[in-house]
Design a protein around this ligand. Structure first.
Ligand code: CO
Length: 140
């Protein structure tokens, strides 16, 4: 049911420092502008790779969900992996039917790509925080 890897979410205490790593050390050439998603409590910046993206996320505000992660991983680290699905409601219902818990309200919300997303509980995903995202209509 899952499709392509859309992006890997990487939490960082500083998007600026992470950009230096991806641009200057790893040689990535397509790096977007940093933008805020106040409702999600994150700053976001996309690094475009030939086959997927890295989604850099930095805490925004005091109650950002990223603070807890950075407390355990002060230098930052891999936070989640995002797979594309054709139908987000169908995917959500299939996850639930198979016993996997959906984080939050259980209803899809609009993610950083402007597409509906859900997060599946890492305890039901082998320790990996899994984001499912409706496949974007136009390939990027
Ligand atoms: Co993501």
């Amino acid at each position: 049911m899952i499709g392509k890897i859309n992006h890997v979410g990487v939490a960082t205490p500083s998007i600026e420092d992470s950009i230096k790593l991806y641009r200057d050390v790893l040689g990535a050439t397509k790096i977007g502008e940093k933008f805020s998603m106040p409702e999600q409590g994150v700053w976001v910046c996309f690094v475009d790779l030939p086959n997927a993206q890295i989604e850099l996320i930095e805490p925004y505000g005091d109650d950002s969900p990223i603070h807890g992660f950075l407390k355990h991983n002060p230098a930052g680290g891999q936070h989640h992996i995002c797979f594309e699905v054709d139908d987000i409601i169908e995917a959500r219902d299939a996850m639930k039917a198979k016993g996997a818990r959906i984080l939050g309200t259980g209803e899809p919300r609009i993610g950083a790509h402007g597409e509906p997303i859900i997060f599946v509980h890492p305890k039901d995903m082998g320790g990996v925080l899994v984001e499912l995202m409706k496949k974007p209509s136009a390939d990027h």
